[in-house]
Design a binder for this molecule. Structure first.
Ligand SMILES: C[S@@+](CC[C@H](N)C(=O)[O-])C[C@H]1O[C@@H](n2cnc3c(N)ncnc32)[C@H](O)[C@@H]1O
Length: 287
């Protein structure tokens, strides 16, 4: 399709589903999904793409990538342009229609699949295994205990690398028991209880139906990721995302990008004193 035809097709799509809300992607000469100048989605895309390429040795050919709650599909589509096979899961058709539009404009229909599903139904038997799992901007939209089962499912489907971009709670106010773990955090209001379910669906970035979500503290997130099978957990500081740093410094929200690697728990060879011992959990609780 030439750029003018894409522009018309884009206008038709916007008339039906509304404008793109975040993911700015180039469709043709001077034609972008959001705007023909840098928008806030770009620094995040650079960070996430850099993380995945760095940890995958710069080559995504043959790698399976899962993009959870993919919104308008930008992260998965970018990685597909680097050679990956991608599955995107998203709960809202209005977002998926835009993701599929760009996929088709890029001619990536044979390597990118977008599914309209609830991420809380993620499982290996249903979706298979993935070299890379992107969990960007969704973890903090789920309530307890579903958010804990969701991390377990990420651990189940992930064969190597998980990128978890999320808000974490500054305060330990509420504790939930999950398996052997005490997980601290705080409740966050997603929707007003008076908002009918059909209106909740129209809020394109929010939880699908749950009125509240549960934001874990940093130690709770580390402990949960460890229990889900991530043998080491990291935090990305660079590439820099100014918006996250501004929020953290202003103590509005603590948002960061965490990386989980799936490996085998190490068995030390120079000492047997810790053999058979479980990993030491991060201490947590009210200050
Ligand atoms: C803040 S946006 C983040 C989107 C994207 N991953 C990003 O980082 O730009 C949250 C997304 O999660 C989706 N979502 C929320 N709850 C979901 C659920 N239970 N299952 C599937 N998608 C969900 C929303 O529709 C929205 O697209």
């Amino acid at each position: 399709m030439d750029t003018q035809a894409l522009e018309r097709a884009k206008q038709d799509l916007v008339a039906q589903f509304g404008a793109w809300t975040n993911h700015n992607m180039r469709l043709g000469e001077g034609l972008y999904t959001v705007a023909a100048h840098p928008t806030p989605s770009e620094p995040k895309l650079r960070r996430m793409t850099q993380i995945v390429l760095d940890w995958c040795g710069g080559d995504l050919a043959g790698k399976r990538v899962l993009d959870l709650a993919c919104l308008e599909g930008m992260y998965g589509l970018e990685l597909a342009l680097h050679g990956a096979e991608v599955v995107g899961i998203e709960g809202r058709e209005a977002n998926l229609a835009k993701a599929r539009f760009v996929r088709d404009a890029y001619g990536l229909g044979d390597r990118v699949e977008f599914l309209c599903e609830d991420v809380r139904n993620l499982s290996r038997s249903r979706h298979g295994g993935f070299d890379v799992v992107l969990c960007l901007g969704i973890f903090y939209h789920l309530d307890a205990p579903e958010v804990f089962h969701f991390m377990d499912a990420i651990g189940e489907v992930c064969d190597r690398l998980a990128v978890v971009d999320t808000h974490v709670s500054f305060t330990a106010e509420v504790c939930h028991r999950h398996g052997d773990l005490d997980l601290w955090g705080r409740n966050y209001r997603e929707h007003d209880p008076d908002t009918p379910p059909e209106e909740r669906l129209k809020i394109l970035w929010a939880s699908l139906d749950n009125l509240n979500s549960f934001w874990l503290t940093r130690p709770a997130l580390y402990n949960l990721m460890g229990a889900a099978g991530f043998s080491s957990v990291y935090e990305c500081h660079s590439p820099f995302v100014a918006k996250f740093e501004e929020m953290r410094r202003a103590k509005i929200n603590d948002r960061s990008t965490f990386i989980g690697l799936k490996g085998q728990p190490v068995q030390l060879r120079s000492s047997d004193l810790s053999h058979g011992q479980a990993a030491i959990p991060w201490p947590d609780g009210p200050a």
